[in-house]
Design a protein around this ligand. Structure first.
Ligand code: HEC
Length: 106
């Protein structure tokens, strides 16, 4: 009986942690990136203006390949923080897909 309870607790723990990892790109962008880049990626935030962030939807950013964008997000660039170790490779892929979506919506 006790064993079953422990097993149940482990399964529950595994489920809830994988759920929190299963955040999609939009959620990750809003929670990690929007503070500087703005919820729409425009960079029109107090932080964005101070750091002179480019509009992520602009041609200058969109012309970068997924590999280059991944590199910037993972390793950082100048004042842009590195997300290697803070986001999984999957989350970075999703967040980049979200940046592409934002550009389409503009
Ligand atoms: C502390 C503020 C800050 C946060 C948070 C932040 N960024 Fe940035 N980001 C910057 C700055 C500043 C630059 C411009 C770097 C440069 O070229 O000088 C930048 C540049 C970029 C670029 C490249 C565009 C260019 O200028 O060439 C991408 C792509 C990007 N950020 C994506 C993201 C993503 C995705 C997240 C969230 C996971 C994020 N950023 C979070 C500040 C931030």
């Amino acid at each position: 009986m006790k064993k079953k309870l422990v097993l149940f607790a482990i399964v529950l723990f595994a489920l809830t942690t994988s759920f929190s990892f299963a955040q999609d790109g939009a959620t990750t962008f809003k929670s990690k990136c929007a503070i500087c880049h703005g919820p729409d990626g425009s960079g029109k935030t107090p932080m964005g203006e101070k750091l002179k962030i480019l509009d992520l939807r602009s041609a200058d950013v969109q012309k970068l390949s997924d590999a280059e964008l991944t590199q910037i997000v993972a390793k950082g660039k100048d004042k842009m923080p590195a997300y290697d170790g803070k986001l999984t490779k999957e989350q970075i892929d999703q967040v980049i897909a979200h940046i592409r979506e934002l550009a389409k919506k503009k």
